[in-house]
Write a protein that binds this ligand. Structure first.
Ligand code: GAR
Length: 202
């Protein structure tokens, strides 16, 4: 079984999509071994509790030094013998030490059609505000591998979502989230298959 750790900061509807995907058998060959939240108030923690997933908080405010936060996160991932790291609404930028340790084994979900509306400053609601301000007719969601850049790693799966007249950042976010919940479990399946093939090749 491939061991998944999920990093979160907020409500955790994507975390829920992962939990559901594992519980209903859509995602096979993997187990969720840990949830790490950067925010002690995150509703994600309630979801972890409810589904008996071990969780911990690595609070930004307790680790003002990014390097120390990376160290703590890395040791939590290693302690849980993590194979795959999923950033699901994780509002921190990972330091290169962690990316190096888990190269090709960290994925992120982003609420736009990368390479549009991504990079530094584009997260959560800011993404949808920028999409509406630009007046584009479509947005979407992307799951990609994480590299040293912000939202620059290879794309695993991407799906478009229409922008409708009268949309607010909230209505657009809700429509994009529905698509995120569909593509994230699919992307995880793709990643698990490719990791399994890699192990088979050794
Ligand atoms: C999601 O829309 C996710 O794509 C976004 O935050 C939201 C978290 O929702 N992530 C980013 O903006 C990262 N750059 P959730 O907590 O309900 O899963």
């Amino acid at each position: 079984m491939l061991r998944i750790s999920v990093l979160v900061s907020g409500g955790g509807t994507n975390l829920q999509a992962i939990i559901d995907g594992i519980e209903n058998g859509f995602i096979q060959g993997a187990e969720l071994v840990q949830v790490i939240s950067s925010n002690p108030e995150a509703y994600s923690l309630e979801r972890a509790k409810k589904h008996k997933v071990p969780y911990m908080v690595i609070d930004k405010t307790n680790y003002p030094d990014k390097m120390e936060r990376t160290k703590a996160t890395l040791s939590a991932l290693e302690e849980a013998q993590t194979d795959l790291v999923i950033l699901a609404g994780y509002m921190c930028i990972l330091e290169s030490g962690l990316i190096e340790a888990y190269r090709g084994r960290i994925i992120n979900i982003h609420p736009s059609l990368i390479p549009q509306f991504c990079g530094a400053g584009f997260y959560g609601k800011h993404v949808h505000e920028a999409v509406l301000a630009a007046g584009v007719l479509e947005s979407g969601a992307t799951v990609h591998y994480v590299d040293e850049g912000v939202d620059t790693g290879p794309i695993i799966i991407q799906e478009k979502v229409p922008v409708l007249e009268g949309d607010t950042p909230e209505t657009l976010a809700a429509r994009v989230l529905e698509t995120e919940h569909k593509i994230l479990p699919k992307a995880i399946k793709i990643v698990i298959a490719s990791m399994a093939a890699e192990i088979g090749d050794r």
